[in-house]
Write a protein that binds this ligand. Structure first.
Ligand SMILES: *[C@@H]1O[C@H](CO)[C@@H](O)[C@H](O)[C@H]1NC(C)=O
Ligand SMILES: *[C@@H]1O[C@H](CO)[C@@H](O)[C@H](O)[C@H]1NC(C)=O
Ligand SMILES: *[C@@H]1O[C@H](CO)[C@@H](O)[C@H](O)[C@H]1NC(C)=O
Ligand SMILES: *[C@@H]1O[C@H](CO)[C@@H](O)[C@H](O)[C@H]1NC(C)=O
Ligand SMILES: *[C@@H]1O[C@H](CO)[C@@H](O)[C@H](O)[C@H]1NC(C)=O
Ligand SMILES: *[C@@H]1O[C@H](CO)[C@@H](O)[C@H](O)[C@H]1NC(C)=O
Ligand SMILES: *[C@@H]1O[C@H](CO)[C@@H](O)[C@H](O)[C@H]1NC(C)=O
Ligand SMILES: *[C@@H]1O[C@H](CO)[C@@H](O)[C@H](O)[C@H]1NC(C)=O
Ligand SMILES: *[C@@H]1O[C@H](CO)[C@@H](O)[C@H](O)[C@H]1NC(C)=O
Ligand SMILES: *[C@@H]1O[C@H](CO)[C@@H](O)[C@H](O)[C@H]1NC(C)=O
Ligand SMILES: *[C@@H]1O[C@H](CO)[C@@H](O)[C@H](O)[C@H]1NC(C)=O
Ligand SMILES: CC(=O)N[C@H]1CO[C@H](CO)[C@@H](O)[C@@H]1O
Length: 509
């Protein structure tokens, strides 16, 4: 199984061929209008960009901008396609973040620098802090077409458009296509696998914002808990509790290294540190009974009036500064700072008016609104369909990894999805693999080891049949680089013996 077949060696040799574009071909007159059912192409622009100082890059590429509308939907969508002068034959769809459909410029630069033809779309709305500007046609009326563009439709459009123009520009076929994204970009990747299973040969869907209709309302739970307790702890008080948790649970994985590897076994009770002194600069105090109870409830996650499960809570090492953010005035009084995406979801898409204050919900209203989110939006943006049969039949391969200390997207939600995929197809790991990253925050950050180059591992899986048994990761500990391997779920990494900077000192079990 480890020896690649002759066929895959040959395929890879073909795939590795490099294509050099003629820069004079970068002109809108030389590109055919792409065909997209139901859409009208309004404009195509093509401008050569060489060694852009704005982008801090020396790569030369053709910057193609396509502007189109869906007939009858009153939308305007911009697609950006970057075609490098030195092309590796591959195509990459690059994902966005938060409410933003399109990729960061850095992610586009990274893709073209590696030789990919890279595409992204704005999904028909520009990223602003005001989601009602595109999400609401008027109070009470959601712009469902634009929500659909953000959730799924524009992602497939950009792929269809991007592939046609890429092949026309270089005058040859794309060898393989990849999706690459984290958070919203991770959700977009799973949407492609679930809804457009033929679009990509390989999908890297990191820390995915899947289960959207449930987890986005659940992200308000920490604010609700503080509001109900009528106590908003300082971030210093929270940090003291999290630090005590790490101290208590760190060694469950066999090594005291500041990372909780076995979150399932960490049953630390915050009430055990009530009264303990804390300080962060000028912010000092003693851990209160209220703060301990709040943290417990944030870890448990939302429950309905009858105590029934609604969604997961944050894992023990996750910072609380994202979802339970507070701000304190000089007299020591703190107030809550809701996470904007969750608040927007309540105001724009659930209650459909900015006059709504999500702090104001009674438990009955919380339950009703939670249900309404699931009922109205699961098929639109839930991205939680575990049936990947069509993706498997198309021959696709997909990788997901998720930081256990993710402060914004509940790690257990991804576990839940993957376990539902495995329930339907116990052999799903042949085409979809999920790895847990202890101590890593949302997409990056945190003290744990983050994947070193998961896209390269995906490409080797797709093109050479090299199965990523583990995902190579690294972290920096006191200036020293530690190599680690992230384990395939449900395995977890345990320290056995030897130099902790070497991955051979750990085992997946
Ligand atoms: C960009 O670089 C290519 C070679 O990579 C060259 O052929 C072309 O003339 C350059 N175009 C501009 C506008 O500098
Ligand atoms: C898109 O096309 C419309 C209609 O032709 C035009 O008004 C608009 O300026 C174009 N936008 C871009 C970004 O090209
Ligand atoms: C380029 O570098 C500058 C300065 O370091 C930075 O502010 C900017 O975000 C970078 N741009 C990109 C696209 O990476
Ligand atoms: C690509 O072209 C579009 C449309 O002209 C422009 O808005 C954008 O800034 C260009 N990007 C780069 C990297 O030059
Ligand atoms: C499309 O691109 C143009 C030019 O960069 C920009 O002004 C416009 O806001 C974009 N439209 C949308 C819907 O993002
Ligand atoms: C450039 O365009 C011409 C036609 O306009 C086409 O024959 C040729 O294959 C293109 N070359 C490359 C390298 O894309
Ligand atoms: C918790 O630990 C972090 C990292 O060591 C430190 O920066 C922070 O100040 C600690 N928090 C408290 C309240 O001591
Ligand atoms: C997350 O899942 C683990 C098992 O993998 C479980 O022990 C833990 O209680 C769950 N946490 C939450 C908040 O549901
Ligand atoms: C928490 O809220 C403060 C005050 O609004 C803000 O400055 C800070 O960026 C927020 N922190 C996070 C992690 O969002
Ligand atoms: C503390 O300051 C805030 C904002 O300046 C104010 O709203 C609040 O009433 C003050 N609380 C007390 C107890 O003085
Ligand atoms: C929140 O509830 C209070 C008391 O029920 C009410 O006075 C206030 O108007 C509500 N605020 C909003 C924004 O609905
Ligand atoms: C935390 C850390 O050291 N990360 C590194 C892991 O490896 C990649 C690729 O070599 C680096 O870019 C990271 O900085």
């Amino acid at each position: 199984m480890l020896r690649p077949s002759l066929a895959s060696i040959c395929t890879y040799t073909v795939l590795a061929t490099t294509v050099h574009a003629v820069a004079t071909n970068c002109s809108s007159g030389k590109l055919p209008a792409p065909e997209l059912l139901g859409a009208s192409i309004l404009s195509i622009d093509a401008v050569q960009v060489n060694s852009s100082t704005d982008l801090n890059t020396s790569v030369d590429f053709c910057n193609v901008s396509i502007n189109y509308t869906h007939l009858g939907q009153n939308d305007r969508i911009n697609v950006s396609l970057w075609l490098p002068n030195t092309w590796n034959g591959r195509f990459q769809g690059v994902g966005g973040g938060g409410w933003t459909t399109n990729a960061d410029l850095e992610d586009m630069v990274s893709a073209v620098s590696q030789g990919y033809a890279a595409v992204t779309t704005d999904g028909g709305h520009t990223s602003t802090t005001n989601q009602s500007s595109w999400g609401l046609l008027s109070p009470g009326s959601v712009n469902l077409y634009l929500l659909q563009d953000f959730a799924s439709v524009s992602l497939n459009d950009m792929t269809v458009i991007g592939k046609q123009l890429t092949e026309a520009y270089y005058g040859r076929s794309i060898t393989k296509s990849y999706w690459n994204g984290c958070s919203t970009g991770g959700r977009q990747g799973l949407m492609m696998a679930q809804r457009y299973p033929d679009a990509y040969d390989g999908i890297l869907a990191e820390a995915p914002a899947i289960n959207w209709a449930k987890f986005i309302p659940a992200e308000f739970w920490p604010q609700r808990v503080m509001h109900e307790a009528n106590y908003f702890p300082s971030q210093c008080e929270f940090s003291a509790i999290i630090n005590a948790t790490v101290e208590a649970c760190d060694e469950l994985d066999g090594l005291k290294d500041g990372v909780i590897g076995m979150i399932g076994q960490c049953d630390f009770d915050p009430s055990s540190v009530i009264g303990q002194a804390y300080s962060c600069g000028s912010s000092t105090g003693h851990i209160t009974q209220q703060a301990a109870a709040i943290v417990k409830s944030i870890w448990t996650g939302p429950r309905d009036a009858d105590g029934r499960f609604q969604w997961y809570g944050l894992a023990p090492q996750a910072p609380l500064s994202g979802l339970a953010n507070t701000t304190c005035s000089s007299n020591g009084t703190c107030t809550g700072v809701p996470f904007a995406i969750s608040k927007d979801w309540y105001q724009v898409f659930l209650k459909k008016t900015l006059a709504f204050d999500p702090y104001n919900m009674t438990q009955a209203e919380w339950d009703a609104t939670f249900h309404s989110s699931i009922n109205q939006y699961t098929s639109v943006i839930g991205t939680s369909d575990p049936d990947l049969t069509q993706f498997k039949k198309a021959g696709g391969k997909m990788i997901t990894w998720h930081g256990m200390a993710d402060q914004l997207i509940f790690f257990n939600g991804t576990v839940d999805y993957y376990e539902r995929v495995l329930e339907l197809d116990p052999k799903a790991k042949d085409y979809y693999r999920f790895y847990a990253a202890p101590g890593v925050g949302h997409c990056h950050g945190g003290v744990g080891a983050a994947p070193s180059d998961p896209l390269a591992q995906l490409v080797r899986w797709v093109e050479e049949g090299e199965v990523p048994e583990t995902l190579a990761a690294n972290r920096t500990v006191e200036g020293q680089r530690w190599e680690q391997e992230l384990c395939l779920h449900p395995l977890r990494s345990r320290y056995i013996e030897g130099d902790p900077a070497l991955s051979s000192s750990f085992r997946c079990e």
